[in-house]
Design a binder for this molecule. Structure first.
Ligand code: ADP
Ligand code: MG
Length: 230
């Protein structure tokens, strides 16, 4: 019975995802068709139309590429990875995007701990969280990416000074396609949650007392059992 329930629950999630996917892709397609018809009828303002059409195609493109990531079976390519190394890689990747908004990404760590993980997946998680942090901030400020070790667990936090979580919809964060951004896909946190649950890691998110929000990941430490440390 348990097995059956899990299976039907999975079907349900897949069904919901397919329904919202159809919706999310149909909207930009409808708009594309409208503009094509206007152009076919010999419309003026071609330049503007092309710009909007490219935006719509971009939207479909980012939705499909994120969906491909979700549907990919998670290859379990796990090894012991230093969290500080992955933080540095992600900082390097997103530095220019941050600098464009005069945002500083600050790395802090009081641990050299490793976690057992699929390196590219955990980097994807960090990219999603830091990207969201950058997008939540208007202009200037700092994002802290921090690693700490607490009671045999490794805690990774991304702390921003942005707009804060949408109070009225906190429970919807991570729902497929839930976004408050005009050009968002609403798939980043879904992917993040999927990867983290596959790593037996917990994700907490909350608004800071002062400004912005914090996303916190708690990993089991890699050397819990083996007792090997570096
Ligand atoms: P997207 O970034 O495409 O909107 P996500 O799944 O990454 O999709 O995020 C979903 C929503 O969660 C965002 O649209 C935003 O409302 C909220 N959110 C995520 N990260 C933050 C953050 N750091 N600060 C404020 N809101 C956030
Ligand atoms: Mg995002």
């Amino acid at each position: 019975l348990d097995d059956l329930m899990i299976r039907s629950e999975k079907m349900n999630v897949a069904g919901q995802l397919a329904a919202s996917l159809a919706h999310e892709i149909r909207n930009p397609l409808t708009s594309l068709k409208g503009f094509l018809q206007l152009l076919q009828a010999g419309a003026q303002h071609k330049e503007e139309y092309f710009n909007v059409m490219i935006e719509e195609v971009d939207k479909i493109e980012s939705i499909t590429s994120e969906l491909l990531f979700i549907s990919k079976p998670l290859t379990d390519n796990r090894s012991k990875e230093k969290v500080t190394k992955m933080m540095q890689d992600v900082e390097l990747l997103l530095q220019s995007q941050a600098t464009q908004k005069d945002i500083q990404i600050q790395l802090q760590s009081s641990t050299e701990a490793s976690i057992l993980c699929d390196r590219s997946q955990i980097k994807q998680v960090l990219i999603n969280l830091v990207k969201n942090a950058i997008e939540a901030m208007e202009q200037s400020g700092k994002i802290i990416v921090e690693a700490e070790e607490i009671e045999h667990k490794v805690k990774l936090s991304v702390i921003d000074e942005g707009c804060g979580l949408p109070e009225d919809a906190v429970h919807r964060l991570g729902e497929p396609f839930f976004t408050t951004k005009s050009s968002g896909t609403g798939l980043g946190l879904l992917i993040t949650k999927k990867i983290l649950s596959n790593h037996d890691a917990d994700l907490h998110m909350y608004n800071n007392v002062s400004k912005g929000s914090t996303f916190e990941i708690i990993f089991p430490k890699a050397d819990d059992e083996a007792g090997i440390d570096e």
